[in-house]
Ligand binder design. Structure first.
Ligand code: DX5
Ligand code: ZN
Length: 221
């Protein structure tokens, strides 16, 4: 069985008490904190930046923070996230003028690097940089918002990404982001994903008796 990891997206958390929300999902069994950065330019929404990442580190979060950049340009913000304590930094190849350079910047800063593929972005962007990625993130919705439905065409793309990873012989995480729920996660895992982002499925599932626990959904995953 692959080493599966659950990465709740804090996009659906209560931003007014973010530290507690992150503590709670980690205490409920989550492995990674998925951190969605949107700039109202590359995607039509605006969220959080390096200062919030740094604040989570200062608050005491030690789990890996998986920074998903939905920003353009990319390079300027990479250094700030390295300083802010990011673990993974991934970006969309269309948003970078120099994909190889952006990946190298992330690695040079001691973080793990990755590319993110929108539903219509071809995996051929990996062709010349496979040795520079530690993570491949496939979007199963168009980026910008939580709570959308999983696009089923992503399953074939996952299988193709898994084949590419196997052919490379490298240790690369295959992450899926968008519309992941209890009732589709098995099928998604069978298609090759090993790292599962879930936003609304996790944060809308706080139990009525204890609004600070998300065990029911995280354990069901
Ligand atoms: C969308 C973000 C996702 C989002 C997923 O642009 O990248 O991480 O939070 O939310 P759900 O799980 O609700 O589809
Ligand atoms: Zn994301």
């Amino acid at each position: 069985r692959p080493d599966f990891k659950i990465a709740p997206s804090i996009l659906s958390a209560d931003f007014a008490r973010l530290g507690e929300e992150v503590d709670n999902v980690l205490a409920s069994g989550a492995d990674i904190v998925h951190f969605d950065v949107m700039d109202n330019h590359y995607v039509p929404n605006l969220t959080i930046g390096p200062m919030v990442c740094e604040a989570l580190r200062k608050y005491g979060i030690t789990a890996p923070i998986d920074v998903h950049l939905m920003v353009k340009p990319v390079d300027r913000i990479i250094g700030d996230f390295i300083e802010a304590g990011a673990t993974y930094i991934t970006f969309h190849p269309e948003a970078s003028e120099h994909i190889d350079r952006s990946l190298q910047l992330i690695r040079d800063g001691g973080c793990r690097s990755g590319l993110v593929f929108n539903p219509a972005t071809p995996l051929s962007f990996l062709d010349h940089v496979m040795d520079k990625v530690d993570m491949i993130l496939l979007m199963s919705v168009n980026p910008g918002f939580g709570g959308q439905s999983f696009l089923p065409g992503t399953l074939d793309k996952l299988r193709e990404a898994r084949r590419r990873i196997e052919a490379s012989g490298r240790d690369i995480r295959l992450e899926i982001d968008g519309g992941v729920k209890i009732d589709n996660i098995r099928e998604i895992a069978r298609a090759g994903a090993d790292t599962f982002v879930a936003g609304s499925a996790v944060f809308k599932a706080a139990s009525e008796t204890d609004p600070h626990r998300y065990d029911s959904v995280i354990q069901a995953f």
